[in-house]
Design a protein around this ligand. Structure first.
Ligand code: FE
Ligand code: FE
Length: 198
């Protein structure tokens, strides 16, 4: 099957997503494309994964859980308690079934864009990081430093961003403590260990 038409995908996202999420999506797609140029990854795949990464973001938790149930997608306990985490899993499923994506790397980049995973491919790293640094992001700490690092050393930038993500979820930057998906911690350990399994 031919990979989907980027212009059509963009139009569908404009319809499916709310305005803010659509702006974020474009930011991720173009940032991912720039990173793909820098690191010699496939620019079209970066655009495609960027455009689709949040395709399941603007639906209710009930809808996401219903899609998982209907299509036998496994839902972990953490995901049950925080169904927004499911937007990556449901998004990668929709990318395949609804938007006609066949490239495994693109599908994985969407699947792992929230928590990352140890041993991410170049494209997975690019999408994970583009989601963190795209121009519309404002509130993350150390953003300027991480944005610069992103174009110098991909793994180092991911490590810095993961560090802040975990600090944020631990309530370091504000009162509220949020639940951390175990995979985020595993990803952090992996990249802290220089990209080798712990
Ligand atoms: Fe997302
Ligand atoms: Fe996103």
């Amino acid at each position: 099957m031919k990979e989907p038409d980027l212009r059509k995908i963009r139009k569908s996202m404009e319809k499916k997503l709310d305005h803010k999420r659509y702006e974020h999506t474009l930011g991720v797609a173009y940032t991912a494309a720039a990173l793909a140029m820098r690191y010699e990854a496939d620019v079209n795949n970066a655009l495609l994964a960027g455009l689709l990464h949040d395709c399941a973001k603007c639906m209710s938790n009930e809808q996401r859980l219903a899609i998982c149930e209907k299509h036998n997608l496994a839902v972990s306990e953490v995901e049950k308690r925080n169904p927004y985490l499911l937007h990556a899993k449901v998004g990668s499923f929709l990318a395949m079934k609804k938007y006609g994506v066949t490239d495994k790397d693109v599908i994985n980049a969407i699947l792992n864009h929230t928590t990352g995973r140890p041993g991410m491919s170049k494209l997975e790293k690019i999408i994970w990081l583009a989601d963190y640094i795209e121009p519309g992001r404002k509130q993350a700490p150390n953003l300027a430093k991480i944005r610069k690092a992103a174009f110098e050393d991909l793994d180092q930038a991911i490590l810095l961003a993961l560090e802040d993500t975990i600090r944020y979820l631990n309530g370091y930057f504000k009162e509220e403590k949020l639940e951390i998906d175990e995979m985020t911690l595993k990803t952090y350990d992996f990249y802290k260990n220089g990209g080798k399994s712990v």
